[in-house]
Design a protein around this ligand. Structure first.
Ligand SMILES: [Zn+2]
Length: 864
């Protein structure tokens, strides 16, 4: 049976709108405004198009039964097709429609598919194919309804639709008369699921957004960007197990973990004794029943793919003699996972179990693992295995087939919606790790801020589906689509942010100048509207910058925060910042002493309050004035950023002082640090002092130190306990050359004393947990200014090559000072940096040494 509900106006319109030159959408509004004009339009059409008849092809043929994700996407497709063509499209669900549909959605097993689509069978459940010969129907075919839904969005992108950011202003819909394309494209991804969420969420219905508009926009955008997947993994299960089986557990004390020789009493978070076969059987049956329930409810639903076997959160694993025989904590936790995995494979072939590699079971177990185990990793940060993110993923990818990654990308709590999450340094590096190690799932904790993360998430959405795509081209085309003729200054802005956003008056001045230049290059109202969103976002960054110049919880900071919050709520509709989370962070963290006052000013449950009533969106005139004011307030500095390349070399004619064996203290921040060290002819050992900790956690592994020789060969690798004791490390060396000394501090705040008589250079962005001792750097010959970025809690002290203090004129953020003639081509120094925000040299080599015996990239020796 054909389900075709057609309205005659659609047919009339299509006939009319197919006439070249008559394709304005405003026309539709005018025509349908009154019945009278509608009638005259009908008459006009009947005169102009005597042979008109119903267009059978303005239909989308869908499968008879659809899951909700496909239904939503089909509705979205129909709305977009109408916006593109001006014609009303209908969904039909029969296999034999009268006439031919323009677009056919089908599952990969359907009959009558074009031959080219057969190749789909080789790919995973997320693959889909978009095919059309330009004349016949468009085919969108996928293995599952979710795959077809994703296919619809790719098809709309092929038609020229772009959802740049989650708002109508940033949505681009082209006008076309035909929606048939000549295309034959298979889409596939190694990442079965791709999801993100902004920490803190949207806060549901509240006075700042009574209609939950922003949440809807983000959810819709995520669907269109194909942020989804067929699998939803559960988390910790131990707590629910304990609650469900409290009676049995209390009746059998031997079921519960033994710690210090004693069986633990029941509690919500208590672990069970994995070596006890009875409690393991009880747990296994419970997981099987849970999976059976999910499969019964929805056999292909996201919860039917795997059942979680992650223990209760925290430590306290059983240490009874039989459990200890099983091996490490990881061995014990994965012994349990193996047991459930075997039972699942037997009862539900093709289904999985999943758990985190986390806390005490972050370590790769020594035992073999069943093939249907999914392991979720949090590679960057929250584990103390002594491995960096990349090594951690590599180690696990050798052990299990299916890896899921949980990563933090520009979380609002850390960035306050500044674009500080580096696209080039962090996003692309992580994505490379995931690709190389066959990661299957990505879950990001991020921010619902278009300004800081929207454009990066836009790029990731496309990169995840096309491993050959050029990430910089995606950003370029984002700018091109958003800003058209005015794209080049905006491209410069996003290029800068892709590297590092360096919060400073200079950066704000440059941003305002980029936008002003772009404004002058366009008369397109759609582009102007997007540029005005950018003004509001940069103004937010400026207000935040000004707020942070004040000491928090003072009358001055409160006044600035009031201004900031007013701006945030007035620009809420743009989705450029994560308003709700910023509001929470402002009240509960930044200005917590003024919590009551700020809550009274912005009562989140009372939309009738005066402040909410006044927080109406800015007018275009107000935004344009904001830009003028921003340009007047922030002035750019005069310097040219410069990067340096080549091998690390000593300075020519460097009078190195080798008489002293003094060692220079480096206070290290946590994370990875790399020093280049010159092992010169005749040196037989490298000796330095090291201290880590003390750290109380008995499971802390200590800090690994590695030394890699000039050929890239690791010549030394050892963990040092975080016991707070100084020790001398002596590493024998034989071959001369530039070595890499790497220390990976596991939040033990280690200290290092390097010999001043050896040429060294630290090559990382410079962060320092405590005020740093003296660090030296080189100013290349011909350089007339020195520019660097700092965000220290106190200003640093800068010295020229003669050891005289250099006046920085009170500059903070980006600092630019003159280099007097004769002081170029020399080594300068500073001390007193303390911040987790990296200090960066901007126009001289970012090569910091503990003594004037410095190594620099070769190109720094060329005269500037
Ligand atoms: Zn035990």
């Amino acid at each position: 049976m054909i389900m075709m509900k057609r309205y005659i106006k659609g047919d009339l319109l299509s006939c009319f709108l197919n006439t070249p030159g008559c394709r304005s959408r405003n026309l539709m509004d005018i025509i349908f405004k009154s019945r009278k004009s509608w009638l005259s339009f009908m008459l006009l059409v009947m005169v102009l198009c005597p042979g008109w008849q119903a267009r059978a092809d303005d239909t989308v043929r869908t499968p008879d039964q659809m899951r909700s994700e496909l239904k939503l996407a089909v509705d979205d497709l129909l709305a977009h097709l109408q916006a593109i063509t001006g014609r009303e499209y209908q969904a039909v669900t029969s296999d034999k429609p009268q006439g031919e549909s323009d677009i056919i959605l089908a599952r990969s097993g359907a009959k009558g598919l074009p031959a080219t689509i057969a190749g789909l069978t080789e790919h995973n459940s997320q693959a889909y194919h978009v095919f059309g010969d330009g004349k016949g129907p468009m085919w969108i075919v996928g293995h599952s309804d979710l795959a077809i839904a994703n296919g619809l969005y790719s098809y709309l992108e092929l038609l020229g639709v772009r959802w740049l950011l989650p708002s109508e202003k940033w949505t681009v819909i082209p006008s076309r008369s035909s929606v048939k394309l000549s295309v034959d494209k298979l889409y596939q991804t190694q990442f079965l699921t791709r999801t993100f969420f902004g920490t803190g969420g949207f806060g549901g219905k509240h006075a700042g957004d009574p209609e939950m508009k922003i949440q809807r926009h983000w959810e819709q955008w995520m669907r269109r960007m194909r942020y989804n997947g067929p699998i939803k993994l559960g988390g910790h299960t131990g707590e629910a197990f304990n609650k469900t089986f409290r009676e049995q557990l209390e009746a059998h004390p031997q079921y519960l973990a033994m710690i210090d020789g004693k069986r633990q009493p029941w509690s919500v978070g208590v672990k069970f004794c994995v070596s006890n076969p009875d409690v393991l059987a009880l747990y296994t049956q419970w997981r099987l029943d849970t999976l059976a329930d999910a499969i019964k409810r929805d056999p292909n639903g996201p919860l039917s793919f795997a059942t979680s076997v992650d223990p209760a959160d925290g430590g306290g694993h059983c240490t009874c003699p039989d459990c200890l025989k099983l091996g490490s904590v990881s061995d014990r936790v994965f012994t349990c996972a193996n047991q459930v995995a075997k039972a699942v494979a037997q009862k539900f072939p093709g289904k999985f179990v999943n758990l985190y590699a986390y806390n005490e079971h972050a370590f790769v177990p020594g035992i073999d693992l069943e093939s249907n185990i999914i392991v979720s990793l949090v590679p960057y940060g929250l584990h103390r295995t002594g491995m960096n993110g990349q090594q951690f993923i590599e180690a696990w990818s050798r052990k299990v087939k299916m890896l899921s990654i949980y990563s933090y990308w520009g979380v609002t709590d850390w960035t306050m919606c500044r674009p500080t999450f580096s696209f080039n340094e962090s996003a692309l590096t992580q994505l490379d790790h995931w690709r190389e190690n066959n990661v299957s799932m990505i879950a990001l904790e991020s921010s619902h801020s278009s300004g800081s993360m929207g454009w990066i998430l836009y790029a990731l959405a496309h990169m995840a589906w096309d491993s050959t795509s050029d990430p910089h081209q995606i950003i370029d085309s984002f700018c091109q689509t958003a800003f058209g003729k005015a794209s080049s200054p905006m491209n410069r802005l996003f290029d800068r942010w892709s590297d590092h956003y360096l919060q400073s008056d200079h950066e704000l001045a440059t941003c305002f100048a980029n936008i002003q230049e772009a404004m002058g290059m366009t008369s397109d109202p759609a582009v102007q509207a997007r540029l005005r969103d950018m003004v509001l976002y940069v103004q937010y960054l400026a207000l935040l910058h000004d707020y942070e110049k004040e000491k928090a919880n003072t009358p001055e900071s409160l006044a600035m925060m009031k201004q900031l919050l007013e701006h945030v709520w007035k620009m809420h509709d743009t989705a450029m910042v994560h308003s709700y989370r910023i509001y929470q962070l402002a009240i509960h963290r930044r200005e917590n002493k003024h919590k009551t006052e700020l809550e009274a000013l912005w009562p989140i449950k009372d939309p009738t309050a005066q402040s909410w009533q006044q927080a109406t969106p800015y007018t275009s005139e107000q935004v344009d004035q904001m830009l003028i004011d921003g340009l007047a307030k922030y002035k750019p500095l005069d310097f040219k950023p410069q990067s340096y390349t080549g091998d690390y070399v000593t300075l020519p004619d460097d009078p190195m002082d080798t008489t002293t064996d003094k060692r220079h203290l480096v206070k290290m921040s946590t994370g990875e640090l790399e020093f280049k060290i010159l092992i010169s002819e005749g040196m037989t050992e490298l000796a330095f002092d090291f201290r880590a900790g003390p750290v109380k956690n008995p499971n802390h592994l200590g800090d690994p130190i590695t030394l890699v020789d000039a050929d890239g060969k690791t010549v030394y690798e050892k963990y040092f306990p975080a016991d707070g004791q100084w020790q001398e490390i002596v590493i024998p060396v034989s071959k001369p050359g530039v070595y890499s000394l790497k220390v990976y501090d596991q939040k033990a705040f280690c200290l290092l004393k390097l010999p001043q008589s050896v040429y060294t250079t630290m090559v990382n962005p410079f962060v320092s947990a405590d005020v740093c001792s003296r660090m030296y750097f080189y100013i290349p010959k011909g350089q007339k200014t020195l520019a660097f970025f700092e965000a220290g809690v106190i200003p640093i002290t800068l010295f020229n090559n003669k050891g005289q203090k250099v006046d920085m004129n009170g500059q903070r953020g980006i600092v630019v000072v003159d280099v007097p003639q004769g002081q170029d081509g020399t080594v300068w120094s500073f001390w007193g940096y303390k911040s987790y925000t990296p200090m960066r040299m901007l126009n001289v080599p970012h090569a910091l040494s503990v003594s004037p015996n410095i190594l620099v990239p070769e190109s720094a020796l060329e005269v500037q």
